[in-house]
Design a protein around this ligand. Structure first.
Ligand SMILES: [Zn+2]
Length: 346
């Protein structure tokens, strides 16, 4: 039996194929083919991830299309092949994503918050009045539903490779990679992909355990409170996230600091979409988990940020306040009555 684990947002599914050989195309049986569109970006991300991984010398990532000579033979570490794939016959133009983002921008521009509700906290019922009557909830829900269908990366735990889905890399870049484009020299999306690759290596490296995280007492309490919300499948995602953050912390240095920037940045972007949807369903999407297998996207980034900067009171509060809100909202009457809330896992 083989087990596939998928990254940031994705489905867990099983697949077996008898007669696999070392050189056999890994995902052929799922109908995937080699893709090329984002290869240059992925190579940059692989190099970034390898800068972190070389600190321990345990793993090295190699793009499948540059299998020979990508790193020197003397480079230590187990080789993990990174494939860039697309479903057979699929060449998406991402028109749907562009339309959804355009309508989001248009609605945001044309909407003012209700002045009577502007200071309402997420845990108060008056928050639902903030954008009442506007289409904000709808356009945010559209963005998040696109997000929920992305399958950015997959790994096969017993075979040591990572597969990135080319079209979803592009879609993810459209939805979450644009924030500071043109204003900053830092290529955020490249860093973000590097973190995803490190997360996948975390799934492969089962020797890393959450107990071994060296956090100061206050941060440890908050982090353990985060874990208390998670079932076993979600804890495995948290463990792979922690592996990525922890690897960055262990290496230190300027390059890794810039990679680390992307983690809080992504959290802000995710929050940017959530921020505007204050309907009951919107609040539930902001605080509850999208599936039984994956913790809330924003919560994960706050947790990764906490591992990166465990001594910062601000970063500690970002996580602990979020968890406090989540707990309070779990106890609201509407979360057990609102249909959008009840389909989310709490
Ligand atoms: Zn994962």
């Amino acid at each position: 039996m083989t087990r596939w684990t998928t990254l940031v947002l994705f489905t867990l599914f099983s697949g077996c194929k008898s007669g696999d050989t070392e050189n056999e195309y890994p995902m052929d049986f799922l109908g995937f083919r080699d893709a090329t569109t984002t290869r240059a970006l992925v190579v940059k991300a692989i190099n970034r991830a390898n800068e972190i991984l070389q600190y321990k010398g345990k793993y090295v990532l190699i793009p499948s299309w540059i299998a020979t000579g990508f790193v020197s033979d003397s480079t230590p570490g187990e080789r993990i092949t990174v494939y860039l794939l697309r479903p057979k016959g699929q060449f998406s133009t991402h028109e749907k994503e562009k339309t959804v983002l355009d309508s989001f921008s248009a609605v945001i521009k044309g909407t003012q918050p209700n002045p009577q509700a502007i200071d309402c906290p997420d845990t108060s019922e008056c928050v639902h009045e903030m954008y009442k009557g506007s289409n904000i909830g709808k356009v945010v829900a559209n963005i998040l539903s696109l997000h929920a269908t992305l399958q950015l990366a997959k790994i096969k735990v017993d075979r040591n490779y990572v597969a990135l889905i080319d079209g979803d890399v592009q879609r993810f870049q459209l939805l979450f990679g644009k924030g500071l484009e043109g204003e900053q020299a830092v290529p955020f999306f490249e860093y973000f992909l590097a973190i995803i690759l490190l997360h996948e290596v975390g799934h492969l490296d089962q020797s890393f355990q959450l107990d071994s995280l060296a956090l100061p007492a206050e941060a440890k309490l908050i982090y353990n409170d985060y874990l208390s919300f998670l079932n076993d499948a979600k804890k495995e995602e948290a463990r792979a996230d922690a592996y990525a953050s922890n690897a960055i912390v262990e290496v230190g240095g300027l390059d890794t600091a810039t990679i680390a920037l992307y983690i809080p940045f992504q959290g802000v972007l995710a929050y940017g979409y959530y921020l505007f949807d204050k309907s009951q369903g919107g609040i539930c999407r902001h605080y509850f988990d999208p599936t039984e297998e994956h913790p809330n996207f924003e919560m994960r980034y706050r947790a990764m940020y906490l591992i990166l900067q465990p001594d910062s009171r601000i970063v500690q509060n970002l996580m602990s306040n979020y968890l406090l809100n989540r707990r309070a909202i779990m106890n609201k009457t509407y979360t057990s009555e609102n249909k959008e809330c009840t389909i989310l896992s709490r």
